[in-house]
Each structure stands twice: as structure tokens, then as C-alpha cells.
Design a protein around this ligand. Structure first.
Ligand code: G1P
Length: 292
């Protein structure tokens, strides 16, 4: 089996209920953070790790994701007339990468979404990117995991320490530190009930997985929330091979949640060269107003 990660799966078939009514007919993945849809940050992160083949698992009302990553001929013609060269390059930059789309007919859970992508993965290790977990582009989480895979040749899950009160929102691991941010995982629980979390080490939306997960997923039964859970399948995989966690110490935004989405928007706007000065003075004004 190759020790290079060349492919990434993006599950994007979820219903986006936390953002209703905005997501009634539009994909959550297309909600913009400043001027790019959420999913584009994840796709750019994959490209920065030299991952050139992407599979997006979509569903109903998700067609605009395909259009977004497609070549925009008409727009290009129009922008050419107004001399907007830089913008043309920006909108068509990602249309050169290979993206395959597969539909998950039923939203049966994250584990099921991953299993839908099996035909594209062949017998290779692959990355999974949950696009509503946005990683600050200056952090190198996935890149570090791809490098670590070369050494460990085993599945690796990104971890973050979360407050005890938040563990119920995540898959949580039980593990032993091996130094350098690496944990050998002994057990995993999806969204533990209060008092049942084995630690405060939560799984965040970056995984390196090996193709043996597909056999397990193909016979997985629904778990937490009646959904086929990736966490449960990894817990089963653990009986057959070592699985590791890698502790992320950078900045992650849970943009699948309204507050996290707003935080990402504010921070990315502050870093945006076109907006930063004007937005900063607006924010200073808001903060003054709030202190009154
Ligand atoms: C999914 C996973 C969970 C993980 C989380 C990270 O949950 O099932 O184990 O901790 O992503 O964002 P979701 O947020 O889709 O409910």
C-alpha cells in the first residue's frame, strides 16, 4: 500500500439543519466565509498537502458545489471585457483539479457517507476532510498528519482538547501519549453522555484512514443518533490494528455552528487585505459601543 496520501473525501451530504432556513435549498458547504464558500477552505487545504484527487459526497440540493468548482466560461468572458484578470484567475483556479462527485441518496451518517466514496479510493490510504471544521490556513495540521502517516502507516485522527462541557458534541478518544502530540488510541466514543467521556480529547474533522475501514463500514449498524458513525467503525478497526491521534494546537473554527461561523467570518475578514483596515475600525467601534 502506498504511503503517500493522494486522495481526500469530503462528506457534504448533510442536511445542515443548524443553519436553517439558510440551508433549506442551498448547501451549508456553500455558505461564504468572507468571499469563499466554506468547502473551498478545505479543498485549498487538501491541495496545500499535494492531495490532487478529491471526492465530494453530495446529496439533494447540493448541485451548486459542483458548479462552484467548475470552469466558469461565461463569467470569464464577462470579466475579460472589464479587464478583471486577477478575479478570472481566482474563480477558475480550482477548476483544474480533479473532483469526483458521488451522491449519498440517504443521509445515513458520516460513516455511510465515507463508504459511498469507496469506489474512488481503490486500495489506498486517504484523507477525510469535514469542511465545516475550518483550520486556519497558516496551520499545517493535515500536512503534519500526512507526514506522520509515512512513519506510522496507520490511521490518524486529528484531536483537540475541548472543555469537559463540550465533549458531548464530539467523538472522544481514550489514548496514551507517545510524545510529540501523538496518541495511541485505546478506545473511542461518539458524542458521550455527560460524565461518560473517556478524556477531553475530541476528534476534529481531519482523518487519515486506511481502506480496511470500508469492510467494517459495509456491515456497520446505526449508532448514536440512529446514524452509521465513522467513530464506531474506527473503534472496531482498533481491534485489528493500531490507530493514532494527533493533537492539534492551532486555530480551528467549528463553522457548522452559528457562533463558530461568526468567529471564522470575523477573523478571516480581519486578515483579508482588502477589508482588514476598514473592518478593524468597525470592530473597534462595536467594542466601544458594547463597553458603554
Ligand atoms: C462528526 C464526528 C465526530 C467528530 C466531529 C468533528 O460529528 O461524528 O466524531 O468529533 O464530526 O467535527 P458531527 O459534527 O458531524 O456531528
Amino acid at each position: 500500500m502506498s504511503d503517500t496520501i493522494k486522495k481526500a473525501i469530503f462528506p457534504a451530504a448533510g442536511l445542515g439543519t443548524r443553519f436553517l432556513p439558510a440551508t433549506k435549498a442551498s448547501p451549508k458547504e456553500m455558505l461564504p466565509i468572507v468571499d469563499k464558500p466554506m468547502i473551498q477552505y478545505g479543498v485549498e487545504e487538501a491541495i496545500s498537502c499535494n492531495i490532487k484527487e478529491i471526492v465530494i459526497v453530495t446529496g439533494k440540493h447540493k448541485r451548486t458545489i459542483e458548479d462552484h468548482f467548475d470552469y466558469a466560461f461565461e463569467l470569464e468572458e464577462k470579466l475579460k471585457k472589464s479587464g478583471k484578470k486577477k478575479l478570472i484567475e481566482e474563480i477558475n483556479r480550482l477548476s483544474r483539479i480533479k473532483i469526483a462527485y458521488i451522491r449519498q441518496g440517504y443521509a445515513l451518517g458520516l460513516g455511510h457517507a465515507i463508504s459511498c466514496a469507496e469506489p474512488f479510493v481503490n486500495n489506498e490510504p486517504f484523507a477525510v476532510i469535514l469542511s465545516d471544521d475550518i483550520i486556519d490556513p497558516k496551520d499545517t495540521l493535515l500536512k503534519d498528519m500526512v507526514h506522520l502517516y509515512r512513519k506510522l502507516k496507520a490511521p490518524i485522527l486529528a484531536l483537540e482538547r475541548v472543555p469537559a462541557a463540550d465533549t458531548h458534541r464530539y467523538g472522544v478518544i481514550d489514548g496514551k501519549s507517545e510524545g510529540g502530540g501523538v496518541f495511541r488510541i485505546n478506545g473511542l466514543v461518539e458524542k458521550p453522555a455527560p460524565g461518560e467521556a473517556p478524556s477531553n480529547l475530541a476528534i476534529i474533522g481531519r482523518y487519515i484512514l486506511t481502506p480496511d475501514i470500508f469492510t467494517i463500514l459495509s456491515r456497520s449498524k446505526p449508532g448514536r443518533g440512529g446514524e452509521i458513525q465513522l467513530t464506531d467503525a474506527i473503534a472496531e478497526l482498533l481491534r485489528k490494528r493500531p490507530v493514532y491521534g494527533y493533537l492539534f494546537r492551532g486555530r480551528r473554527y467549528d463553522a457548522g455552528d452559528k457562533l463558530g461561523y461568526l468567529k471564522a467570518t470575523v477573523d478571516f475578514a480581519l486578515k483579508n487585505p482588502e477589508l482588514s483596515a476598514a473592518f478593524r475600525s468597525y470592530i473597534v467601534g462595536v467594542s466601544r459601543r458594547l463597553k458603554k
